[in-house]
Design a protein around this ligand. Structure first.
Ligand code: PLP
Length: 413
């Protein structure tokens, strides 16, 4: 890879980077030496400011303050109180809310995307009343399907109806209670029309649960603009919160009064330390926080999200599309020489922030690419997946990566 990076990048690629309004953001991340990391859609790179925060949390907040770090009760200064661990989920929720078109009180941060999918489905199905069908994309991310199946085991009366993504709109029938979709497909990178599908679902009285795992932080999501009902997403992909970072759950304000909290843990109680015998929900989406906040990982995510503070998500989207366009154009000559098939839509409205190809030996090819320092992902059965993260990728990275992909495929041939 060192030799690859030494190759001269063509002027037109340099020109794209020269006009990139986000080019300064790369300095805010730690990136691996001698490699091009194209897997931020699996695990985002670490923002440079995170280790200092973690160190402070460990040495001061945990090491010295101990239990006093939890609540405002021990603090006189309101600014300090806002830093309390108890407020951490809400503080992180407000930062996530800005990225997904939600109000801060509509987002809860904690648990995993899987668990939040369960919470959202349970609440949505309760609101759906007699309608016991969950409609979903047959190729939805497995955990979404599994959590729906698990909920079905509990209730005993659910039908999980799986149809190809292209047939979802035609299957929005009056017996469907909940539409469960992932906006950007984890294999192909195809982006669904969230606004149109939410609108069509609503017209049929169907509630929506959107999985934004590959959307949040990759482009501006407008949940309230789409009148989405529920949404979930990961903290460790484009939000760069670190391995196993807490996930988020969006519940539209109009559902707060009626949506039941099935996982009614004490940290979603209106006053946890009242130690009341009965559950009474906290205001807003905070009620969907279940147990003790994951302070170490929440702190990392909290600081990681600050990378977005001065970022216009329209620039992020523009750059993501430009990186994808460049990647596909540079890969084009390889498609006639090697058994590669582009599976990512070329239409920009249908693209997330990754580009994927089928290859009959995708697993081995990806192993070779990773050994050569081009870190993408293999996804069954035959997908080579390359994630594009506008905050830390340059067009030159894309160019180097494609040179490396060509060299690896050539060597194998
Ligand atoms: C679309 C999608 N949903 C959910 C998940 C899993 O989330 P978690 O591990 O936080 O439950 C992933 C993980 O890659 C994903 O891609």
């Amino acid at each position: 890879m060192t030799t690859l990076q030494a190759q001269t990048v063509p002027a037109h690629i340099h020109a794209l980077d020269a006009h990139d309004p986000l080019r300064h953001k790369r300095e805010e991340f730690v990136l691996p030496e001698g490699a091009i990391y194209l897997d931020g859609n699996s695990l985002g790179a670490m923002p440079r400011r995170v280790p200092a925060r973690l160190s402070h949390v460990a040495s001061q907040e945990w090491g010295q303050q101990l239990i006093r770090s939890w609540t405002a009760q021990t603090r006189d200064d309101p600014a300090e109180a806002a830093q309390d661990w108890m407020a951490l989920p809400d503080r992180v929720a407000a930062k996530v809310a800005r990225l997904i078109g939600a109000g801060p009180h509509e987002v809860a941060v904690g648990d995993s995307t899987s668990v939040n999918t369960f919470k959202a489905l349970a609440a949505a199905l309760s609101l759906a009343g007699e309608r016991r069908v969950i409609l979903t994309d047959a190729d939805n991310f497995p955990t979404d399907l599994y959590m729906a199946q698990g909920l079905g085991t509990l209730t005993g009366d659910l039908e999980l109806r799986r149809v190809p993504a292209a047939d979802v709109a035609a299957n929005l029938t009056s017996d469907v209670g909940v539409l469960l979709l992932t906006e950007v497909d984890y294999r192909t990178g195809r982006r669904l029309d969230m606004a149109a599908l939410s609108e069509q679902a609503r017209a049929q009285g169907i509630l929506t649960v959107w999985d934004l795992a590959h959307s949040a932080g990759a482009f501006a999501v407008d949940l309230n603009g789409c009148r989405a009902d529920f949404a979930v997403g990961c903290g460790y992909k484009f939000l760069n919160g670190g391995p196993g970072a807490p996930a988020f759950l969006f519940v539209a304000e109009r559902h707060h009064a009626a949506a039941p909290v099935v996982l009614s843990g004490w940290m979603g109680h209106a006053d946890p330390f009242e130690m009341a015998r009965d559950y009474a929900p906290a205001p807003g989406a905070r009620r969907f926080v279940v147990g003790t906040p994951q302070v170490l990982s929440l702190s990392a995510l909290d600081t990681a999200l600050d990378v977005f503070a001065d970022v216009d998500l329209r620039d992020v989207r523009e750059k993501s599309l430009s990186l994808g366009r460049t990647f596909m154009a540079l890969m084009e000559p390889l498609l006639s020489r090697f058994p590669l098939t582009l599976v990512t839509p070329t239409a920009e409205v249908e693209r997330g922030s990754q580009v994927s190809y089928r290859h009959p030996q995708a697993r081995e090819v990806m192993a070779h690419l990773i050994a050569a320092g081009i870190i993408g992902d293999f996804r069954t059965p035959d997908i080579l997946r390359f994630g594009l993260t506008p905050l830390y990728h340059s067009h030159a990275d894309v160019w180097h990566a494609v040179q490396g992909i060509g060299a690896v495929l050539e060597a194998r041939a």
